[in-house]
Design a protein. Structure first.
Length: 257
């Protein structure tokens, strides 16, 4: 007499997404105009995040619908069982089998409790599955945010060497008050950076001794700035790590809310 209640949908939680806004912690100064590629990348990133938000909302609605459907099915099963139980009692009473009636009632009552317990387990499973899907969606959002950050900070460097020079310029602005500065870059970008030395020197507020060195120990997009002030690691990997930490903090705040 027990019945199996099936979930009305099956979903791959790996594709569910929700948006987390990414702050631009490395915004170029106003005097550096955005290129068409920069604008296009920002639009692509915004589109990806908006799609993630839509998918996450869809997941939430479907999970809630699943939960409500299970509740309705449980109520329907209970109502059906009450009808069947009354029919059984009436049939046994008409036939005059008092012992059989009592035994049938006890068996039916046991099966009724078994059905209720099964329904409770289904509701609990639906509840757990809902939060598992939300948790998986949060992790997916985190990965999307990181991929967008990688695209903004990394992909353009391989398309245009000037983007790497822009990264160096932003780092130099942190030490433009000093009169002696050393720049270390990977050999891949050494020629590009050295060709822009005069332009880099214009960033400083005074005459500067600017030295540029190739360093094969750095990652391809690595950039180290040394001055009397100290050492600045402006490498793409470091910037991505900082963005990843900010995304993780934001995700934890959303989960606690």
């Amino acid at each position: 007499m027990s019945k199996i209640i099936k979930a009305p949908f099956t979903r791959n939680v790996g594709n569910d997404k929700r948006v987390i806004e990414i702050r631009n912690y490395f915004t170029a100064p106003k005097q550096v105009p955005e290129t068409n590629n920069d604008i296009q990348t920002q639009l692509q990133a915004q589109t990806i995040l908006e799609n993630a938000k839509v998918e996450a909302e869809t997941l939430k609605r479907e999970a809630q619908l699943y939960y409500e459907t299970v509740q309705q099915q449980i109520a329907q099963e209970k109502e059906n069982w009450e009808d069947e139980k009354q029919q059984f009692v009436e049939m046994a009473r008409k036939e005059g089998y008092e012992i059989g009636l009592q035994q049938g009632y006890q068996d039916g009552l046991a099966q009724y409790h078994q059905l209720i317990e099964q329904a409770k387990q289904i509701v609990e499973s639906a509840h757990n599955e809902y939060y598992q899907q939300i948790e998986a969606a949060n992790e997916t959002i985190f990965l999307i945010g990181l991929k967008v950050a990688e695209k903004i900070l990394d992909v353009h460097l391989s398309e245009n060497d000037e983007h790497f020079v822009s990264l160096v310029k932003r780092a130099i602005r942190e030490v433009r008050e000093h009169s002696e500065v050393k720049i270390y870059v990977h050999p891949t970008y050494y020629d590009v950076v050295i060709s822009q030395k005069d332009e880099l020197k214009e960033i400083f507020n005074q005459e500067v001794d600017l030295f540029i060195y190739p360093d094969a120990q750095l990652s391809e997009h690595g950039c180290i700035i040394e001055s009397p002030f100290g050492r600045i690691d402006a490498s793409i990997d470091i910037q991505l790590k900082q963005i990843k930490e900010k995304l993780r903090e934001r995700l934890e705040q959303l989960e606690e809310a």
